[in-house]
Write a protein that binds this ligand. Sequence first.
Ligand code: AMP
Length: 216
Amino acid sequence: MQIVILGPPGSGKGTRAQIISKIYGIPVITTGDMLREAAAQDTESGRIADFYMKKGELVPDDIVVEVVEERLGRPDVEGGFILDGFPRNLAQARALDRVLKRKGVSIDAVLKIDASTDSIIKRLSLRRSCPRCGAVYHLKYNPPKKDEVCDECGSGLIQRDDDREDIILYRMIVYEEQTRPILERYENMGKVRELNGEIEIDEIPGEVRRVLGDLA
Ligand code: AMP
């Protein structure tokens, strides 16, 4: 099963991707995490990525496509995968088609998630992330057991530079201008299925099974 998840920042893509991964046993490919990792390793492309990520802008296509292409070449994606955060514009969508064509597979479904501006800002401004293992918390709805410390690996949690309110608003504009147009392309291909970004976390597995059940 090859799945793409599209939605504005903070709409709950990552949470749903993890739940789908557990239900169907396929890996999640999260470009934001991979780019943050490259930035932390201070490679040349990581430094460029960091420059754009801090401002809330899209990282240049050549860097992102290379990262995704390398990841899709690994054996664990043979049974399927979930793309979280890619493609983010039309050029990336076309590049993805080319990569998948070479592999002899195609996208089965594009999951579209929407959430109100108000809930996005509430979610992202209280989001805390673990810089070491990538676990994500929400200070109100999903707090760590010990204040500001990761339950999984014990590292200190951080607020991402781009989870500040001014940058969040800018990332939402980038989504509307560059990413939303891809939905029309996938709609014309009959691939789009909708997920509700406002439901409670314990309702998500049921919704996922309803929406993707026919593909399993
Ligand atoms: P995310 O964690 O998905 O919210 O992504 C955080 C930041 O990483 C974005 O604001 C972009 O700067 C960068 N990024 C993630 N995925 C992509 C992508 N597919 N294309 C370009 N930039 C990306």
